[in-house]
Every structure is written in C-alpha cells, then in structure tokens.
Design a protein around this ligand. Structure first.
Ligand SMILES: Nc1nc2c(ncn2[C@@H]2O[C@H](COP(=O)(O)OP(=O)(O)OP(=O)(O)O)[C@@H](O)[C@H]2O)c(=O)[nH]1
Ligand SMILES: [Mg+2]
Length: 470
C-alpha cells in the first residue's frame, strides 16, 4: 500500500551510497523521475545511445563529462533501473565510479548542475516507504542491519527487512480487529445476560492472549538490546583486586593503567572487542572502598552505576589474601543486588593456587569462584568461555525473530497499558461501547508502528537516524 497521503517530493536526489574512504570503487545513486534525463546530460555512453532509451535493469559502460570544459571526469558503469521495480519505487541509476573524493565530488556537482539535489539523511529509504515498497519497521530494520553489532543482530535485522516484525504487528492488528468485532457485535446482545457473559469471556481470553504476546516482547527488550548493540560487561571489585590487569588481559593490550597503588583507576574505562560474532563492551571501573577522597568517591559512584547497567558483572576478588569483614560487606552488597548477572572471579590465583582459597570464598559468599590470574593469563580463557555461555543463554531465551527499537518498544508499552486499562476497568462493567472506542484508538497505535498512520514530522525524525546515501 502506498502512503499517498504524505507528500512525496518528486525531485531527483543524489548521494554517495558507499562509505567514504579507501577502496577501488564507489557507488553514487540517483533516484527520481528525472534521473535518466539528468544523467544523460552529464554522461556519454560507449554504446553511443541515451540512458533514457536503455532497457531497465541493464548496465552500460561510459563516461561522466564536465559540460563546461567538455573533459572526462571518470570512466564509469551505469546500472539503470526503471520504476517501479527499484528500491525506492522511482527511476534509479547507480553510477559505479573510481573511489576518489575529487571524482565523487565532481560527479555529484555535475549532476546537481544538471538538476539533481543532494539527498537528505535516509531519504532513499524514506522514498521506498512513501512509495509503499516497504513499511516503516522494514525501513528501520535496514538502518539496524547497517549498524548491527553482532552476527545475530544481522540475522534478525535481515528477517525484519523481509517482514518478520511487520507480520507480527499484522497479527496484533488482526487480534484487535477481532476484539473490536466482538465488542461491537455484543451491543445487540446487551439484554441477554447469558450471551453477554459468553462474549465477555471470549473478549477476555482474546485480550489475555494478546497481553501475553506483547508482554513477552517487552520483557525481552533488554536481551534484544544486547543482541543489537553488544553486551555490556563490567569488572567490579575492591581496590587492588586486579581488575585493570584482568581487563587488559581480556582485551589483549594494555589499555588501563596498572600499579600496586590501591585506587589507581579513578574513572570508568571502556573498550570493545569482537568475540565469536558478538560485540563485547568491556568496562574497567574504580575499585570499591570507603574513602574521603572526592575524586575517588565520584569514581566509585560511577562503578556502581556501571554495575547497574551492565549485562554481565565480573566480580573480581583478590584471592591471595583473606578479606576483612568490611570488605566482605562491600562484596555482599553487590551480590545481593545483582547475583543473577555476576561471574565470580578469584583473581591472583598465581600467588596461592589452592583449593583451600576457593573453599574459603565458597563459605563466605556461598557461590563458586572461577580461579584466574590476570597477570599470567591463567584461567582467562575459561572465563571468556563462561561469559560466552551466559551470552548464549540470554540469547537462547529470546526466540522472537525480530528486534525492537525504542520507538517500537514505546508503542508496544502504550498498547499493553491500553489493553490492561480495557481489561481492568471497562470489561468488568460490560461497557462495550467504550471498549470499542478504546480498541479503535489502540488500532491507531498499531498502525503507527508500521507507519500506515504517521505524520510527516515523525517520519523525518525516524529517517534522521539514517546515514546519507541510505
Ligand atoms: N600476582 C598477581 N598480581 C596481580 C594480578 N593482577 C593484578 N596484580 C597486581 O595487583 C596490583 C593491582 O592491580 P590492578 O590491576 O591495578 O588492580 P585494580 O583492581 O585495577 O586496582 P584499582 O584500580 O586500584 O581498583 C598490581 O600491582 C598488579 O600487578 C595477578 O593476577 N597476579
Ligand atoms: Mg584499576
């Protein structure tokens, strides 16, 4: 379905579609009714014909020329695609040229002189949406696909581009339409109590099923974010426990400063790495302890914030010496709050490697510690496997073939609240006319998800997240 109610500006747009930087070839894309005429003005085909007369979906060899000086700017290939069988639904040409910033600039400038204009952020995808080639969630998925940080996110975004989330939303839309039909149908049975009760139950069951589906989606959002943006892993522990040493050891280079002075790390240090197709956002933090030092205090506040927002905490304990009561208390506070996402690490195991130490830690904290040495890398491999296992476990729990973004999540939450309101307030009192009214407004929110019901301002906001040339 095309979204004709939104204005689609018909100007021909142009942008570099490949990333700036080194590489042999760059692709410049034009889209719009006049693409062929415009490129004809700035080009000369080897086959001595005009692009406007070429077959659709063919490639032609030729040159881009400077009209003023009549000199050749570059030798290029033209990929000619006629509407509507194109990504944007409009006449499209992709010019494959040599990847040199002067050449690219000249080709774009010449085309602008010939009648094109520079594309805005995400404007190609926006046109694909406005021409009904894709819906809004598919458009957003293209952006997600480009920015996907993990292999799994690539797979999910790809499914989404193909319509997995759109199909889910369609199911929601159908469920709501069914509930609407039931409520509207029930006006007629208003006097007959038995039928009324049956219908009431039927509506209730349908509402419950819908709520379950939506709630699952909402609850999975955290894991979805991990798949999308990578997994936040932070090293938390007392001063001098060896966090920075272990951090460097996992990263494979000396990123954080390590000294024997307690309180060396004063701020959150972030670094990322790819492991088995996953993106780890690793953070080293300031060691925890009681202190009056203002800077250190602020550092510790930040460490605790990291613990809160992390997906996985590596709780690092110096296993070479016994802990004081105070120190145990500090660790226990973290454990009480975040036990589910902690990996317990007995560091400096090279100093005293005995099961006695592990037993001691087990008695104190009632959990098993993984022995490692950040210094000589003993056990670091096993620790990484343990991290990977937790990631896989988290990901396995998420069965949905799509990932939401914040806009979509907010609309899902809106839907959940609206449905709950119907269930708790209206259905009990058999107020079907009001129920119908509310279901209708929920349907509007659903349409907003796929973009069948969005205004231009919102669209601009969504497409602003895209890069130029997309
Ligand atoms: N023997 C041994 N020493 C270690 C190990 N890890 C760290 N150390 C030493 O312990 C001291 C503190 O190490 P850091 O990595 O700076 O400890 P930290 O936890 O980051 O300390 P703060 O930043 O002060 O909180 C340094 O002298 C390190 O060389 C280890 O696995 N074995
Ligand atoms: Mg440190």
């Amino acid at each position: 379905m095309s979204n004709k109610f939104l204005t689609l500006d018909q100007e021909t747009i142009i942008a570099l579609s490949t990333p700036k930087g080194s590489g042999a070839i760059a692709v410049i894309r034009l889209s719009g009714d006049d693409s062929f005429e415009i490129v004809d003005k700035v080009s000369r085909l080897s086959a001595n014909k005009k692009i406007i007369n070429c077959e659709t979906h063919t490639i032609e060899h030729g040159f881009i020329v400077n009209n003023k000086t009549n000199s050749i700017i570059d030798e290029v290939l033209f990929f000619i695609m006629r509407a509507p069988r194109t990504f944007t639904g409009q006449n499209t040409i992709e010019i494959s040229c040599h990847n040199n910033s002067f050449i690219i600039e000249n080709i774009i400038n010449e085309s602008i002189l010939a009648g094109a204009r520079l594309a805005k952020l995400g404007e190609f995808t926006q046109r694909a949406f406005l021409n009904g080639k894709i819906d809004l969630v598919q458009a957003e998925s293209i952006n997600d696909l480009i920015h996907a940080q993990t292999e799994l996110a690539v797979k999910k975004s790809m499914l989404q581009v193909k319509g997995s989330l759109s199909n889910f939303i369609l199911e929601i839309e159908e469920s709501l339409l069914y509930i609407l039909a039931l409520t509207e149908g029930s006006f007629e049975f208003f006097e007959q109590e038995v039928q009324d009760l049956d219908i009431n139950n039927l509506i209730k069951n349908n509402i419950n099923n819908l709520l379950e589906k939506l709630n699952n989606l909402k609850n999975n959002f955290n894991v979805q974010q991990q798949i999308k943006n990578g997994i936040k892993i932070s090293l938390i522990g007392l001063v001098n426990a060896g966090k920075s040493t272990l951090f460097n050891s996992i990263l494979g280079h000396d990123r954080a400063i390590v000294t024997q002075v307690a309180g060396t790390t004063r701020d959150v240090i972030e670094s990322s790495l790819y492991k088995n197709g996953n993106f780890w956002q690793l953070t080293d933090t300031a060691g925890l302890r009681e202190t009056n030092d203002v800077i250190e205090k602020e550092g510790i506040t930040r460490s605790l914030e990291q613990a809160e927002i992390s997906d996985i905490i590596l709780l690092v304990v110096d296993s070479s010496c016994k802990l004081t009561k105070e120190q145990i208390k500090i660790y226990k506070q973290i454990i009480d709050k975040y036990k589910q996402k902690i990996i317990f690490v007995a560091n400096k195991f090279d100093i005293k490697d005995s099961t006695e130490i592990l037993n001691y830690l087990k008695t104190v904290f009632d959990v098993n510690f993984l022995p490692v040495s950040g210094k000589n890398k003993f056990g670091v491999n096993l620790l990484e496997i343990e991290i990977e296992n937790i990631i896989q476990k988290n990901f396995a729990e998420l069965r949905s073939p799509f990932l939401l973004n914040k806009r979509q999540l907010n609309l899902i939450i809106e839907l959940i609240d609206g449905i709950k309101f119907i269930e708790n307030n209206l259905l009990k009192n058999f107020e079907y006319e009001i129920v119908a009214h509310h279901v209708k407004s929920l349907l509007e929110s659903v349409l907003e998800l796929t973009g069948k019901n969005v205004n231009e301002k919102m669209l601009d906001k969504i497409f602003k997240d895209f890069c130029i040339g997309k």
